[in-house]
Design a protein. Sequence first.
Length: 406
Amino acid sequence: MADNQLQEKTSEIDSSTDGTIIEKLQEQNLEIKDIRWSYDDINILSSGIDRLIDLRSHLSDLKVYKDNVKQLEAEDLDLERIIIAKERTIDAEIDTVIKKRKAEVSATFDSQLDNTKAEIKKVKSKREKKKNKKVSERIEDETGDLRRENKQLQEDIKRTMKNDGVPKIFNTRLFHALYYPKGLADLGIDLICVLVLFLLLPNVIYRFVVKTDKPIIMALIYFVVILIFGAAYLALNSKLKNQYHETFKKVKEIRVEILKNNKEISKIKKAVIKDKDESNYGLEKYNKEIKELEETMDLITNRKKESIIEFESTSKTIIANEIREKNKPELLNLQQKHEEVHELNKEYSNKVKELEMQLASTYEAYLGKEFMNLEKLEKLIKIMESKEGMVISEAMKLYKDQILNS
């Protein structure tokens, strides 16, 4: 039952049980206690109309009492449901408040943890930048001789080609890779050139220049491209080797030395990067700050655990008690009313049983079940009112004769 429905029903119960129904029923209870029979030695069938009027009064009272019992039973059930709903509402409120307070406690520490993590991340980023800078400086320092040697070798290549009259256009990485390859890098360049010239270029011409779907045209384009670039490559290769073969042979030997130096540079670079010794990088300040922040995180984590344990063992109980104490007056009021109604219902149920037994032994034994009915009893009274001095047995006979003749 929702809170507003619970409040409405509680107000309804308050108004119906507070000084109205209970007092009325208590007054009727006094009337029940006053009902007595002193006709045990008299034959009712030979009595006059007064006995039927008396019975009518008792049956009317019995009907009222039964109606009151039904109402009390309904009130009893409603109050029981309201109490259960109220207890569930209290439990739900306790559960909600406890979860909220626990979440708030956790959120406070989580916020501090997040802030500390962000600080650690910032310091680590600064440390990484400083380390990378120092590593780069170390690599520059340890490979300086090799890089200077490579620079001198490059100058030797330029001077050799210039002295032998080789045009500058032939002193490029692409040219050396195509005509005097050395190493995997040059072979990679050669492969890319083959793919571009003999695969990509014919497809571009076929799709965007010629714009046809005839396979024979595609084959022709491939043939022409291969013929042109292949012939150009062979012609240039023949001319260069005939004219500058010794020069390019010297250049190739120099490039071999450069490649050796590059491999050594790469080896040194990897060794420096993998080196775990950071003592020469000046990172002590950052290491100290990171350690302090990590210790702070451990402290916050431990205090969070302690706070949660304390909440579960102490605060949780206090919160539950506060909420129960706040709702205690209303719940006690409902329980008291339920007890009053329940006890009054039991009392009236017993009185109804007592009255039914008294009526059964005093009247029903003589009149039968048929005339323990207000409607038929009223007809019997009217028959006796129509003739003065008539007794009950005569009226019953006349009633039955009327029923047979009707």
